[in-house]
Design a protein around this ligand. Sequence first.
Ligand code: 0O2
Length: 266
Amino acid sequence: MEIQLWKEILMPYELAVQELEVKFNHIIKDYRSRNMYSPIETVNGRVKSISSILEKCRKKNIAIENITNEIEDIAGIRIMCQFVEDIYKVVEIIKNRSDMEIRQEKDYIENVKPSGYRSYHLIVTYNVETMEGTRKIFAEIQIRTLAMNFWATIEHSLQYKYRHNIPEHIKKRLNAAADAILKLDEEMSSIHDEIMDAQSSFIIQANIVSEILNNIQNLYKVANKREVVKIQDEFFEIYKQNDLEQLISFAKQLDIIAEGYRAQNQ
Ligand code: 0O2
């Protein structure tokens, strides 16, 4: 196939990957802006390379003209979570969306692969708008914890290095590493609530500090400079105490002051 044709074939997949990345990143933003813990930690996507597509065609005996119908992971999205529990929340979020339809589900967390690979896979269909109209295309969404991702990335590189014939002694060590990753995920889940509390306090503090600084900056435009400097010094003093309650109460007082100035200037 000519390279120009490959570009045309892959273009809608590039668009889908970009759109899906934006949408999943928006979910993270949405949670964090509401001072909530996001079940999604990071997202990345890729379009399968031409050589990997050709390799899959050879392996699965797929004719080139059938790749868009038969290869379901040309568009690939990888979602990383902190905890195993988050993976199932993300699956629920995707199930409740109207812009992607789940066609296949594979739970390699419940059904660990013999290699030790763990991850949750969804094949979805997703519509993209092209010059020729709407195209419904397949995308594969892999959802895993950061620990699972660490293992899978190393194992994938080794598969590549040994051309899918990893020596037995390395396979054994990979299996041992997979067990350690499973244990790590279980340990993290057991202190889930504590970690979540610490993280949500951190998110709340970050949002409050940015809200306070925003208010102080706006006050510079409308209030007496000396008064604003005093407010700012007060803020730094409270900030040094590292006490979230005090910070929240300061933010509330500042809101009232800012509201007063807004009313005055209307
Ligand atoms: P790449 O280079 O990551 O794209 P399929 O080959 O997808 O038609 P299969 O095997 O039923 O058929 O699909 P499965 O098991 O859902 O695997 C799809 C993808 O999951 C793989 O894509 C890998 O990305 C990942 N994966 C599956 N098993 C393993 C594993 O044992 N180790 C690692 N590191 N990743 C795995 P590709 O196309 O094989 O590779």
